[in-house]
Design a binder for this molecule. Structure first.
Ligand code: NDP
Length: 400
């Protein structure tokens, strides 16, 4: 049915290639391209052995629009799944426009020289994608992604008016390392060390990093200290659901993790500007990434669960209602199926489902869209089938 090009051979890219290959009836031709071709070849060989599906591979520097255009013109994909880094979003979107290819990603654009992410850069492509008759699907991982679809589903089926949204993200897994990040360390550390921010009564409220925290109970896991941080889906959700009086994002962190983060910051290793070392210019956070464990390799000894969901309250039939929708994912099960840990798995599965929604014509519309703008029903129909079953609870204590 469709020809797909995946860019980025990291943890998330690995899961996407597995899942796309498992849905070979829809994704009839598959290519994986990344900066390091040998990594693509290893993934392609594994997928060939497990499912008997061929995956073509290529080398590409996704910072270079001309290289991307040459690759797209040569392979002629219908859709590009961008699971490289947020820095490459705009170059890949430019190449899509130049060659008539549709686009999907899991993280919004972030400039390399500024630890700051927002949708404005990608929303600015709206008219050009519309005029070209092309679809761009933004933020189709778990969070953003599934959390945004969960919110849209709640608004459609469970509430007349959604008012309070708390996205709760718990990783109760143990990778048995003193310190490691679950996805790209550079992007992860930039995200969690910034100031906190949430939406309340029509405006953003800023906090110091990790200033607001409390223990929350996660299903099958128990209480975990959870911290309000700023997360990118809040920006589009408050725009697309204007009845929200408050929207916050909570993430669990262990004390060890926070202590390591503090030390990394205090000694300057989280710096994103260049410093000179022995006559060579290096960016400390990029050097740090080189010495930290590779998130893609954490899977083997990872035990425990992730639990991510939305706790929502609002009005239904004139009465106040509370609602919790979530998925729990086992790191061990993710590793068994794809050779990666749960965080890569919970990102790669939704990216594949978004691509499936596009290929089957259910999420296909000219322009640039966040996932909550599409029909949530067919996506959620697939979510359990593709490996991430979800649970709904109503009229419970949301603790928030
Ligand atoms: P990794 O660092 O493991 O993988 C990134 C891959 O992109 C690597 O293979 C890397 O190549 C490749 N790459 C980097 N720069 C370029 C470039 N210029 N040209 C071509 N390829 C390049 O990251 P993850 O797999 O953990 O994360 C992938 C994406 O998923 C990120 O954007 C991340 O923010 C997002 N994400 C989204 C989540 C969500 O829920 N929405 C959750 C987790 C992650 P090389 O191997 O040579 O380094």
């Amino acid at each position: 049915m469709g020809k797909v090009l995946i860019i980025g051979a990291g943890g998330v890219g690995t899961v996407v290639v597995h899942k796309v290959a498992q849905n070979h009836a829809v994704f009839t031709e598959i290519m994986l391209a990344s900066r390091t071709k040998s990594k693509c070849d290893v993934i392609a060989a594994d997928v060939k052995q497990r499912y008997g599906v061929n995956v073509a591979t290529a080398q590409v520097d996704a910072d270079n629009v001309a290289e991307l255009i040459a690759l797209f013109n040569d392979y002629k994909p219908e859709l590009v799944i961008n699971v490289a880094l947020p820095y490459q979003d705009l170059t890949i979107m430019d190449a899509c426009l130049a060659t008539g290819v549709n686009y999907l990603d899991t993280a919004n654009y972030e400039p390399k020289d500024e630890a700051h992410f927002e949708y404005s850069w990608q929303w600015a492509y709206q008219q050009r994608f519309k005029d070209a008759g092309l679809t761009a699907i933004l933020g189709c991982g778990f969070d953003p992604g599934v959390t945004s679809v969960f919110t849209a589903y709640a608004a459609k089926h469970h509430f007349d008016e959604i008012q309070y949204l708390d996205i709760v993200d718990c990783n109760a897994g143990d990778h048995h390392k003193a310190f490691a990040t679950n996805f790209n360390p550079e992007i992860n550390i930039r995200e969690v060390t910034q100031k906190g921010k949430y939406w309340e009564n029509g405006q953003w409220v800023e906090t110091e990093p990790h200033e607001i925290h409390k223990p929350l109970n996660y299903p099958e896991i128990g209480p975990k200290e959870s911290y309000v941080i700023y997360h990118e889906e809040l920006e589009s959700l408050v725009k697309n659901f204007p009845t929200l009086k408050r929207a916050r994002f909570w993430m669990t962190f262990g004390q060890e993790y926070l202590t390591h983060l503090r030390v990394i910051q205090n000694i300057g290793m989280a710096r994103i500007d260049e410093v000179e070392y022995n006559g060579v210019k290096i960016v400390p956070i990029q050097f740090l990434k080189a010495v930290l464990p590779n998130p893609g390799d954490l899977g083997e000894n990872y035990t425990g669960w992730t639990s991510i969901g939305c706790r929502i309250s609002g009005i239904k039939d004139g009465k106040q209602k509370s609602y919790y929708i979530y998925n729990n994912c086992s790191h061990e099960a993710a590793f068994k199926e794809t050779g990666t840990q749960g965080v890569s798995y919970t990102t790669g599965v939704p990216a594949t489902i978004g691509a499936l929604m596009f290929m089957t014509g259910q999420w296909r519309q000219p322009g640039v869209f966040n996932v909550e703008e599409f029909n949530p029903d067919p996506f959620l129909e697939q979510l359990g089938k593709q490996g991430l079953p979800w649970v709904e609870l109503t009229d419970i204590d949301l603790e928030l």
